[in-house]
Design a protein around this ligand. Structure first.
Ligand code: ZN
Ligand code: ZN
Length: 260
């Protein structure tokens, strides 16, 4: 039997899964991926994420505004996010952060949306899901200023080096490893995976994006988190059966799902 895993970052509500949603969820469960968090990126996808979480007791939602969409962040949008975020099925705010790789929204606009969501997370006492691409110094500075340690959270699809990981850990964050750890050019990720303590590590698919190596070029889905978790265990020199329950415990803890 495959060990149970928790996909901490999926976009199950994206149109990519509309056609075969039930079959995709069936494959996830077959693979041992029992619990998932589906991640909002704007108002529409946050509403859709919450709708799935209200239907399925093993799926929870986040609501947030992705840095790509930060330009849409007016007062009405933040009011609606705040309203959605109060649902008990919403376990975190985000994804939020800075993306200076694609720069789809101007940087000051990204920063404002990021700070507003961190303030909302503090107000509601919920953790955050962080997106950071080519903006580690700026992201870490804002996280410290906005006292992220008061709520905790996950640095999703971690793409930094050991030094960035150390600073995330110092801020009280958990590191999430996605499909790129399986790529031949995984850069600093193998060293990061060995460095992070076993009680501060989780795994994710970020599906439909970033499929692990054997599925590159195809749509990613939650069942494939098993490949990423197996690679993480291999890099750490641990058995997946031993590591998997710890990864799941970490996910339950960071999302405040103690009794789930
Ligand atoms: Zn992201
Ligand atoms: Zn994502």
């Amino acid at each position: 039997m495959s060990p149970e895993l928790f996909d901490t970052h999926a976009h199950l509500h994206f149109p990519d899964f509309q056609e075969d949603f039930d079959a995709m969820m069936g494959r996830a469960r077959e693979a041992g991926v029992r619990r998932m968090v589906t991640i909002g990126t704007d108002v529409e996808t946050s509403q859709a994420a919450l709708a799935i979480a209200e239907r399925d007791p093993d799926v929870w939602a986040t609501v947030g505004l992705h840095p790509h969409d930060a330009g849409a962040g007016d007062a009405a949008l933040f009011d609606e996010l705040a309203r959605l975020a109060r649902s008990p099925r919403v376990v975190a705010l985000g994804e939020m952060g800075l993306d200076f790789f694609r720069n789809l929204s101007p940087r000051p606009v990204q920063e404002t949306a990021f700070r507003r969501q961190l303030a909302l997370a503090r107000e509601l006492g919920k953790p955050v899901v962080l997106h950071c691409r080519d903006a580690h110094a700026e992201t870490l500075a804002i996280l410290a200023e906005e006292r992220v340690s008061e709520v905790g959270g996950i640095m999703h699809c971690f793409s930094g080096d050991v030094e960035v990981a150390r600073r995330c850990l110092d801020l009280g964050l958990v590191i999430s490893i996605a499909g790129p750890v399986t790529y031949p050019n995984a850069r600093a990720l193998p060293a990061v995976v060995r460095f992070v303590p076993a009680d501060r590590l989780v795994v994710e698919t970020d599906c439909p994006f970033l499929p692990p190596q054997p599925f590159r070029g195809k749509r990613n889905e939650p069942a494939h988190v098993t490949i990423t978790a197996a690679r993480v265990a291999e890099l750490r020199g641990e058995r997946l059966e031993d590591l998997a329950p710890r990864l799941t415990d970490n996910a339950l803890r960071v999302f405040g799902l103690g009794g789930a």
